[in-house]
Ligand binder design. Structure first.
Ligand code: SF4
Ligand code: SF4
Length: 442
């Protein structure tokens, strides 16, 4: 078992993982799905269907718009009732397809099982992952085939599988490891084959002892290591996890490949196994539905395009109107403002909060207490940056490493004057990117 290195900073908020003991349930078929055509980081997809077309479950309905992109597949069989737009989890209007189910759930057979995957060429396996539209399932939604294509100058000798699930309240990855460990491990083997990588470490926080024990028993036989990790948010962030399990430090502005590592989430590994072994594209995922107002919290296998309102019906609705609904966890999730927002490939959780859990604070000036610096896992100075950003000194913010911010929220969690530090950092990053682009286009 590797010795855990302690990454700088971080916090330990209340875990509130009340659904950890609840088995994954499969949602029944809905009459209508609204499937956004942009569910990943990268180029938008190009729609392939039009109104009145009939489609099968798993059929490609929007093709990738470039290499850094991921196709979208129909969540069930039926008829395209509209090529439209919808409000995505980030609040923006995005192109979408409305699909009326025919109730048969007839599968598409374009992708066939790769029974002999152990002898398949890595490029063929990578193509399958791209064809299945797989993206990072931990929340980032970066196309997986791109992450598995490091340049030749950056050989990978360490694959880290992320079973940390450090966000409070979420338990989808925990349940997946308990209920389908073989699928996670087969997907891990496939990813390791693609990368030509012998060393595999699976990081799991020690608030999931049952998952650690089960995964350890099975992983040992495959010569993989399981690293039990002391609970610390944001340990699931790539750079922090690599350091925790291997002691390798990704340099400022660098990527995991700079230290010979690739990180993949357990959900992504399972999706890779399904794509290769079953020929199944990514059109559903496990999502935790939880929070004080939820009548029956649980972990659900939801199809992409399931409207939020339908997902909440599965959880038997709410005791009272929530003050806030978040897609994802409480630290990095996005607040949504409509019950029509659909589940997408990266929706790890739906969290409902009451008003006493979402108190609104008036932010004050920085008092220089330094608490944000103490907890920042990226070793930057959020308080100083925040003042620079308020003064629109984005040149200074860039020089003070604003781009290193991973938007984990630790600084804002600790700030005694409730400064909107993450909001400031996000704004600075957007400004800096825009300025860099403008410079390039001069
Ligand atoms: S500055 Fe960014 S990386 Fe540092 S604690 Fe705040 S949100 Fe996290
Ligand atoms: S925690 Fe808040 S008040 Fe303290 S230094 Fe950071 S920004 Fe300033």
């Amino acid at each position: 078992m590797p010795k855990q290195a302690k990454f700088h900073g971080g916090i330990h908020p209340p875990e509130a993982k009340v659904t950890g003991a609840f088995e994954i349930q499969t949602a029944p078929l809905l009459e209508t799905y609204v499937v956004p055509l942009q569910q990943h980081i990268g180029a938008p997809c190009n729609v392939l269907v039009k109104k009145k077309d009939t489609v099968r479950r798993g059929q490609l309905i929007a093709e990738p718009g470039g290499f850094v992109s991921a196709g979208i597949h129909a969540p069930t069989s039926g008829t395209i009732s509209a090529v439209t737009t919808c409000t995505g989890p980030a609040g923006a209007s995005v192109p979408a397809v409305e699909l009326t189910s025919d109730g048969d759930d007839t599968p598409d057979d374009t992708l066939t099982p790769m029974d002999d995957w152990q002898n398949s060429a890595p490029d063929d396996l990578k193509k399958r992952i791209a064809d299945a539209g797989i993206v990072g399932m931990g929340g980032a939604a970066f196309p997986t085939h791109v992450k598995l294509s490091p340049p030749p100058a950056k050989p990978i000798d360490l694959l880290v599988i992320n079973g940390v699930e450090c966000e409070p309240c979420l338990t989808a990855d925990h349940r997946l490891m308990l209920e389908d460990p073989d699928k996670v491990l087969t997907g891990t083997q496939i990813i390791a084959r693609i990368l030509g990588c012998k060393k595999v470490i699976i990081g799991i926080e020690n608030n999931k002892p049952d998952a650690i024990e089960l995964m350890q028993t099975k992983a040992e036989k495959l010569e993989m290591e399981v690293a039990p990790l002391k609970v610390r948010y944001p340990q699931g962030a790539e750079k922090q996890l690599i350091y925790a399990v291997s002691g390798r430090r990704v340099p400022t502005g660098g990527l995991p490949m700079d230290v010979g590592a690739v990180v993949q989430n357990v959900g992504t590994a399972a999706a890779v196994a399904e794509a290769v072994l079953d020929g199944k594209p990514l059109y559903e995922r496990i999502t935790t539905i939880t929070g004080t107002p939820v009548v029956k919290p649980g972990n659900w296998r939801l199809r992409v395009g399931t409207p939020l309102e339908a997902a909440l019906t599965l959880a038997k609705g709410v005791h009272n109107d929530p003050a806030k609904i978040i897609f994802g966890g409480p630290m990095m999730g996005l607040a949504v403002y409509s019950l029509d927002v659909p589940i997408i490939k990266s929706t790890s959780g739906i969290l409902l909060l009451n008003s006493d859990e979402t108190s609104e604070f008036t932010s004050g000036p920085c008092i220089g207490c330094g608490q944000c610096v103490d907890v920042c896992p990226m070793n930057i100075m959020p308080g100083t940056l925040s003042v620079q950003i308020e003064n629109e000194r984005f040149d200074l913010a860039e020089a003070w490493h604003a781009m290193d911010c991973i938007e984990c929220g630790c600084c804002a969690y600790m700030c005694p004057t409730y400064r909107p530090l993450v909001h400031h950092l996000k704004r600075a990053k957007a400004e800096i990117v825009a300025r860099r682009k403008a410079e390039q286009n001069k």
